[in-house]
Design a protein around this ligand. Structure first.
Ligand code: PRP
Ligand code: MN
Ligand code: MG
Length: 193
């Protein structure tokens, strides 16, 4: 049994490269949201709500949050479309819903990767029906997948190749999320599975 570095064919984004890009996104969000961050909301909550899509985006959001110099609330949603396979099933399920009410608030969805786009397409539909003031997407990665659904991402960290990648939150069969970098998984790890 191998794990970690030995299963990675090529590092695409180093720990340092990810850190720098996440810091840039955080600075951009700070500039873009400065004017709405202190607005009044129906229930007195912070005007900005950052939503992380569990489980893949948990690491990314925790790093991104510390690069945004504004008040905001953090909440978590768990959806799943992949199971343990390597291709999207197209079926998205809510495993855990938000705790907070998003009505009248500015929602920023922190998502680790847009692949087929089906997860975000579904999520946007669900969240838009709850009447937020706005919703934007801050995706760390956008895969160059020719069959990707049309998703408007305001912030994208990296346009990444259409390869099977792991690390920094991204898993294969629930492994490799804890790699500090993002890399391409060796095909022999998932071949025949
Ligand atoms: C992965 C990834 C994104 C989604 C992207 O999540 O974290 O959320 O797939 O794929 P899509 O654009 O084709 O929908 P996954 O469903 O594997 O759950 P996880 O975050 O718990 O790993
Ligand atoms: Mn995910
Ligand atoms: Mg996954």
């Amino acid at each position: 049994v191998t794990f970690g570095d030995a299963d990675v064919e090529e590092i695409l984004y180093s720990e340092q490269a990810i850190h720098e890009r996440v810091a840039q996104i955080g600075q951009q969000i700070t500039e873009d949201y400065r004017d709405v961050a202190f607005a009044e909301t129906p229930h007195g909550d912070p005007a900005i709500l950052m939503v992380s899509v569990l489980r893949g985006a948990a690491i990314y959001m925790s790093d991104l949050a510390r690069q945004i110099d504004l008040p905001f609330e953090m909440d978590y949603m768990a959806v799943s479309s992949y199971g343990t396979g390597t291709k999207s099933s197209g079926v998205v399920r809510i495993l855990k819903d938000l705790t907070s009410n998003i009505e009248g608030r500015h929602v920023i969805i922190a998502e680790d990767i847009v692949d087929s786009g089906l997860t975000l397409k579904y999520l946007l539909r669900v969240l838009e029906s709850r009447n937020p003031a706005s919703i934007t997407i801050a995706a760390l990665l956008k895969k160059q997948n020719p069959e990707q659904a049309e998703i408007d991402c305001k912030y994208v960290g990296f346009e990444c190749p259409d390869a099977f990648i792991v690390g920094y939150g991204l898993d294969y069969a629930e492994r490799y999320r804890n790699l500090p970098y993002i890399g391409i998984l060796k095909p022999e790890v998932y071949q025949g599975k």
